[in-house]
Structures are given as C-alpha cells and as structure tokens.
Design a protein around this ligand. Structure first.
Ligand SMILES: Nc1ncnc2c1ncn2[C@@H]1O[C@H](COP(=O)(O)OP(=O)(O)OP(=O)(O)O)[C@@H](O)[C@H]1O
Ligand SMILES: [Mg+2]
Length: 201
C-alpha cells in the first residue's frame, strides 16, 4: 500500500492507495489535460499499448497531443480521424509511436486493413482512440483510460492497468503526476486524485 498526495479543491490530501491497478483524476482545462498527457508520454516504452476511450469531444486527442509531446513525437500529434493511423518518430532514438483512431474501424477485418496486427506485434508504442471498436483484437495487457465529460471544462479520467507492465507504468505516473500538482498553478483545476480507496469500501 502506498501513499499519494492529491489536491482536492485547493486542499492537499494524503490518501492510501489500495488498488495499484487503478488511478482516477480530474482535469479542469484542455491545457491541464495536455500537461497530464505529457507526463504519461515521458514514461512510455517500446511496445506499450494505451487505449483512450470516451465520447466525441471527450478530450482523447487533446490528451494524446500531450502524450506525444512527452514522448518526443515528430511531427506533433494531431487528430488521425481522416487517415486513421499516424506514424510518429522522435529524435532521440529509432522508436515509433502510432496514433490510431478506430472510430471508423468496424471489427477485426477492418483492423487488418489498417495494419493493426503489425503495429501491435511490433516494438512500436500504440496510442488508440475509440479502442472499444476493436476490443477483440487488442492485447489483454494494456493501459485503458476512460475519459468522461464532467460538464464545462471538467474531464474525469479513469485509468485501469491490465498486466504487470502497466501496473508499474501507472505507479510511476501516479508519482510523477502527484508531484507535478504541487507546481500546478491553475487553482481552478482539481488536481490528481486517487479514488481507488473508494472502490475498496
Ligand atoms: N479539460 C479538458 N480536457 C480536454 N479537452 C477539453 C477540456 N475542456 C474542454 N475541452 C475541449 O473539448 C474538446 C476535446 O476535443 P478532442 O478532439 O480532444 O476530443 P476527442 O475525444 O478526441 O473526440 P473525437 O472522438 O471526436 O476524436 C476540445 O474542443 C477541447 O478544447
Ligand atoms: Mg479524437
């Protein structure tokens, strides 16, 4: 069991973390979402699969843009709605990051036609919007993030780690994001919260 520090409406709260495979937090602005994405992007490794689920306009692409920036993507991430798959590289090494929009992908047959199997079998990092469209072809080990529109500029993030690699990734994200909220200047935004304790009670 670990301790994290979160910020809830201006008050700092230390909380026990009972579920190492879950993390929840709320963003109060697109900039906040992007900065939280940037922190995750810094932690990604070859072969990681990150699934971003949420309704139209939830903030998947805004969050992805941050993830891409943190990873070091060239060119910067934009919405892959029309091309479905965008391939990115970075200056520091040979890694590739694929940003995929599955909104118009209907099942495994379609997934084949955009080369999804090859992407998932490769050492590339994969970032998927609308992953629920292709559930059956996704690896069971992954980080799944649901983004819920809380009204106005509030977006609630629910992260679920499936598999050891992603539990480790989430632990590092929790640490990094928790620390960054000490420096976060947007007092209108609620910071990182870990609600996992709630799900235990
Ligand atoms: N806290 C927030 N985080 C992210 N986006 C926000 C937030 N508040 C407002 N927004 C707005 O919500 C919209 C999110 O758009 P975005 O393209 O990221 O959604 P999406 O989930 O990728 O949608 P789609 O399924 O159409 O691809 C943007 O217009 C953004 O400015
Ligand atoms: Mg999008």
């Amino acid at each position: 069991m670990g301790i994290i520090v979160g910020v809830n409406e201006g008050r700092e709260t230390a909380m026990s973390v009972h579920r190492q495979d879950q993390l929840e937090f709320t963003s109060g602005s697109p900039q906040h979402t992007e900065s939280l994405g940037r922190l995750l992007g810094q932690l990604l490794q070859a072969g990681d699969v990150i699934c971003l689920s949420g309704d139209l306009g939830a903030g998947k692409t805004v969050y992805s843009r941050g993830i891409g920036a943190g990873w070091g993507a060239e060119p910067p991430l934009t919405s892959p709605t029309y091309n479905l798959v965008h391939e990115h590289r970075r200056a520091v090494d040979d890694s590739r990051l694929f940003h995929i929009d599955c909104y118009r992908v209907n099942g495994p047959g379609d997934a084949d036609s955009i080369g999804l199997d090859d992407i998932l079998d490769s050492t590339a990092t994969a970032l998927l919007e609308w992953p629920e469209r292709i559930q059956t072809v996704l690896p069971s080990a992954r980080l799944w993030i649901d983004i819920l529109d809380g009204g106005g500029s509030q977006r609630h993030f629910v992260c679920q780690a499936c598999g050891d690699r992603y539990v480790t990734l989430l632990a590092r994200y929790r640490q990094l994001a928790g620390r960054s909220h000490h420096d976060h200047v947007d007092s209108r935004s609620r910071g990182l919260m870990d609600y996992s304790k709630k799900s235990q009670s």
